[in-house]
Design a protein around this ligand. Structure first.
Ligand SMILES: NC(=O)c1ccc[n+]([C@@H]2O[C@H](COP(=O)([O-])OP(=O)(O)OC[C@H]3O[C@@H](n4cnc5c(N)ncnc54)[C@H](OP(=O)(O)O)[C@@H]3O)[C@@H](O)[C@H]2O)c1
Length: 323
């Protein structure tokens, strides 16, 4: 099993965001059943954030882990300011790395999760108005107080990662990584490998695109605002995805499994998300789908770095993304 700092985690973690936020309606009872199955399958690494569903997601995770917290690695985040609880203490900022904000938001996360310690506490987006050393300095104090187990960063540049790591060792970097978002391969992955920082790819299924999922009509679904999912961009991107579909057929696997197996081949710990047990179980089975070098080369030829049409996030997103 892979390690993130001192934490030993399952080959894949579980991203809980979609159970409360961003991707249309989620049924609460089904979400709890899915989280129950997450733990049942042996997935011990669960990812949430204060801003997901405005605290709802952390509460949901808290309900699911109650009475069985031992052995689980619970990650949460602060820094992206939404409109509800995450706006408390943010002084009108859209992204906040203020030390007092980090502390205040952590207290809320601990309560909603019903735990004494958040194992990995990420800076969700970097606040360029606060030196990263100040933010990380406060996180180091929260660690010394036992309120967090490790420090994480999300979507940070190589320079920020180095500065943060110098202030206090960073446990994990969580940034987007999938077949259609391979930008981190140039500078970020080499940097975290050099420094011994774990890498946790978010949206490893391309927010459902690389699983072949269709985006629901629901206009609250953020993907309606993501350029990659629209018009000509979507058509060009779907033509590339057809190669994954073809490989999946040849391997008697699903599109999602091939997409995930490719991410897993990079020795990182992806955190795919789903509302449904059926998808969860199928995604977990990707652990056993070893891709040979020829297949990996075929996939990488189909998805060269930077070739995906359309930006990763809507233009209005705070500092590279809403979540
Ligand atoms: N740090 C950050 O800034 C950041 C940003 C985004 C996400 N995240 C984290 O990363 C986690 C994962 O990312 P994500 O949820 O954005 O994207 P993802 O895991 O790439 O994709 C999730 C989407 O794929 C669909 N899906 C999953 N498995 C499927 C399958 N086998 N067949 C068909 N469709 C499938 C899900 O729909 P169903 O529910 O219908 O299965 C959902 O819409 C999040 O939950 C969150 O914890 C972090």
């Amino acid at each position: 099993m892979p390690n993130l700092g001192k934490f030993t985690v399952s080959q894949q973690g579980f991203g809980a965001m979609g159970l409360s936020h961003n991707y249309g309606h989620a049924d609460e009872a089904e979400s709890l059943a899915t989280l129950d199955r997450v733990i049942g399958l042996g997935i011990n690494f669960i990812d949430t954030a204060n801003v997901y569903g405005d605290g709802h997601n952390e509460q949901l995770v808290g309900r699911a882990i109650k009475g069985r917290r031992d052995g689980l690695v619970i990650a949460s985040k602060f820094g992206i300011v939404g409109s509800g609880i995450s706006a408390e203490g943010a002084n009108g900022k859209r992204v906040s790395g203020d030390p007092a904000y980090a502390r205040l938001q952590l207290e809320g996360s601990l309560k909603r999760l019903g735990i004494e310690q958040v194992d990995i506490y990420y800076v969700h987006r970097i606040d360029n108005s606060v030196p990263i050393e100040e933010t990380v300095g406060e996180l180091a104090r929260l660690k010394a107080e036992g309120k967090i187990g490790g420090i994480g960063l999300s979507e940070a540049t190589a320079e920020t990662i180095r500065r943060a790591h110098k202030e206090h060792p960073v446990t994990a970097l969580q940034s987007e990584y999938s077949l259609w978002t391979r930008d981190v391969e140039a500078e970020i992955l080499p940097t975290v490998r050099e420094l011994g920082i774990g890498f946790v790819p978010f949206s490893p299924l391309g927010r459902g695109f690389l699983a072949g999922a269709t985006t629901p009509e629901d206009d609250k679904d953020v993907r309606h605002r993501h350029p990659r999912f629209h018009g000509e961009a979507a058509q060009v991107n779907a033509a590339r995805r057809a190669i994954v579909e073809d490989i999946a057929q040849r391997l008697n696997a699903t599109t999602a499994q091939v997409s995930l197996a490719w991410v897993l081949s990079k020795g990182v710990v992806p955190i795919p998300g789903t509302r449904h047990i059926k998808h969860l179980e199928s995604n977990w089975a990707a652990n056993d789908l070893g891709l040979d070098a020829d297949i990996i080369a075929e996939l990488e030829e189909a998805f060269p770095i930077g070739a995906t049409v359309g930006a990763r996030f809507p233009e209005t997103a705070p500092a590279q993304g809403p979540s």
